[in-house]
Design a protein around this ligand. Structure first.
Ligand SMILES: Cc1cc2nc3c(=O)[nH]c(=O)nc-3n(C[C@H](O)[C@H](O)[C@H](O)COP(=O)(O)OP(=O)(O)OC[C@H]3O[C@@H](n4cnc5c(N)ncnc54)[C@H](O)[C@@H]3O)c2cc1C
Length: 453
């Protein structure tokens, strides 16, 4: 018997796919293997387990606990407690799904199999990779992950998705409270860093800087804040970049240093060392009406700090980085090699990728996962039913930039730029400032449970 819920779900798919699936309910289900236990994996799992009859879905995920990672910023801001942002994965993994609590060590895509760290080989017909990414605090010379939360060093990102622990929020809250106390007695310098690698939710360092600046300004406390970034801009999109420059103007104590990449830290002397890249225009050519040769320079810049917030360099997870599923060269080297639109692997049509692991240009966000899941669900069904892949991921992402306590600029964008007719198209509107922080979390758990249906 097909349930009402399942019938509604099938009707929302293309008629061809729905009829094929319904017709094939007595035939064997395909073996679907999902790797990962975070937002991407659980979202696609929830969707697929609603579609297939007698599903043979296996998930390989080490983590009993699921972290709502955007909540780490709210914990740092004192809005949530850490245990409010961590839930049991068993709430989201259906009982009839096989859950192997391990990690994938290696992939054999030509054999349609993987091997876990414990040495178990698992075969599949279709594979969905959702292993997220890895932090590399150790790529900054002199820094160890254990330093975070000590020596006036914070990193709101700090978490362990395998263990389901998230110390970044609570330790940054303490760091922040310490700044509030110290700023009462002396002038302090606070640094916020951004690395030269892709990162998840790219505006987090700015969020932390704006929240600190807002607090200090509202309490008439003075401190010097420096946001340092390897980028040339505050945001990749021109309109948002302009808007954020305006935000920064409201915070007199805040300055930005562009093209600065943190390479070393002396945690005892509190000195941050940057590689600073800049260009020199050697002369104006009146005939061609342009600047003659631009020389790229690199210099080492050292800055003393009292407090520092570090966004770690990030990479694809090791299992993918070292596999033949990764992009071999260029900007996305090491990340999962998927088509930007179909999210299908470029060499293996029975493999898809979702979430941070994908070698796609835009946001590594929960919002991206929600949009990607809709595409993968349909494209996977097309592969199973041997029909043409028609669904295309637009590159959709959302970045809620917290520019002050209780105030968010919600930026919605895709491969084409800002999404038209959305909240961001009213960038200058005051309505943007009225987002209730609590709504974000409520929506997240609800959509995760519903599989973003
Ligand atoms: C501080 C912070 C703030 C953020 N703010 C926002 C925001 O405001 N808005 C927004 O939309 N997004 C935000 N994000 C980003 C968002 O949380 C991520 O983009 C999202 O969680 C990505 O989901 P994922 O499934 O790709 O990865 P994850 O949720 O990280 O899950 C990866 C999973 O894979 C598992 N895994 C890793 N390796 C293996 C392996 N070899 N085998 C099996 N399993 C493996 C891990 O244990 C984990 O369960 C924020 C993130 C952080 C840290």
């Amino acid at each position: 018997m097909i349930t009402r819920r399942k019938a509604i779900r099938l009707l929302s798919l293309s008629p061809l796919v729905a009829s094929l699936l319904y017709a094939s309910k007595s035939s064997p289900s395909p073996r679907i293997l999902i790797i990962g236990g975070g937002t991407g994996a659980i979202t696609i799992l929830t969707k697929l387990s609603k579609i297939f009859h007698n599903p043979k879905i296996t998930i390989i995920a080490p983590n009993e606990k699921h972290i709502y990672q955007p909540g780490q910023v709210y914990v740092a801001a004192g809005v949530y407690e850490t245990d409010e942002i961590i839930k049991n994965n068993s709430n989201y993994i259906p009982k009839d799904v096989i859950w192997i609590k391990d990690k994938v060590k290696s992939y054999a895509p030509q054999m349609n199999s993987i091997t876990t760290q414990d040495g178990q080989t698992v075969e599949y017909d279709y594979l969905i990779v959702a292993t997220g990414l890895e932090y590399h605090y150790e790529w900054i010379k002199g820094l160890h992950k254990e330093d975070i939360g000590t020596k006036n060093i914070a990193s709101v990102y700090l978490n362990d998705t395998d263990k389901g622990t998230a110390k970044g929020g609570s330790s940054t809250l303490k760091w922040f409270e310490s700044i509030q106390e110290e700023a009462k007695n002396k002038d302090i310098h606070i640094l916020y860093t951004m690395p030269n690698t892709p990162v998840k939710c790219g505006a987090v360092a700015q969020k932390m800087a704006y929240l600190t600046a807002d607090y200090l300004q509202k309490h008439s406390l003075s401190a010097k804040l420096t946001y340092t970034t390897n980028s040339k801009r505050l945001f990749g999109l021109k309109d948002v970049d302009k808007r954020l420059h305006l935000v920064q103007k409201e915070y007199l104590s805040l300055q930005t240093k562009f093209r600065h990449n943190l390479i070393e830290i002396d945690t005892k002397k509190k000195i941050a060392t940057y590689q600073h890249k800049y260009e020199i225009k050697t002369g104006w050519d009146p005939d061609f009406q342009e600047w003659e040769s631009i020389t790229k320079k690199t210099e080492i810049v050292k800055m003393h700090y009292d407090y520092i917030h570090i966004v770690p360099p990030m990479s694809a997870t090791k299992d993918i980085r070292e596999s033949e599923l990764a992009v071999e060269d260029g900007h996305f080297k090491g990340w999962l090699d998927v088509d930007l639109e179909t999210l299908q692997h470029s060499k293996y049509p029975n493999i898809f990728g979702i979430g941070d692991i994908c070698g796609t240009p835009l946001g590594k966000t929960v919002a991206t996962v929600a949009a990607q899941a809709l595409i993968i669900e349909k494209n996977l069904l097309s592969v199973i039913t041997k029909t043409k892949l028609i669904e295309k991921f637009t590159g959709y992402s959302v970045c809620p930039i917290k520019v002050a306590f209780g105030k968010i600029i919600l930026v919605e964008f895709d491969y084409q730029g800002l999404v038209e007719n959305t909240k961001m198209s009213q960038l200058s509107s005051e309505s943007l400032w009225k987002y209730d922080l609590y709504e974000t979390k409520k929506e997240y758990w609800a959509t995760l449970l519903k599989g973003h249906a």
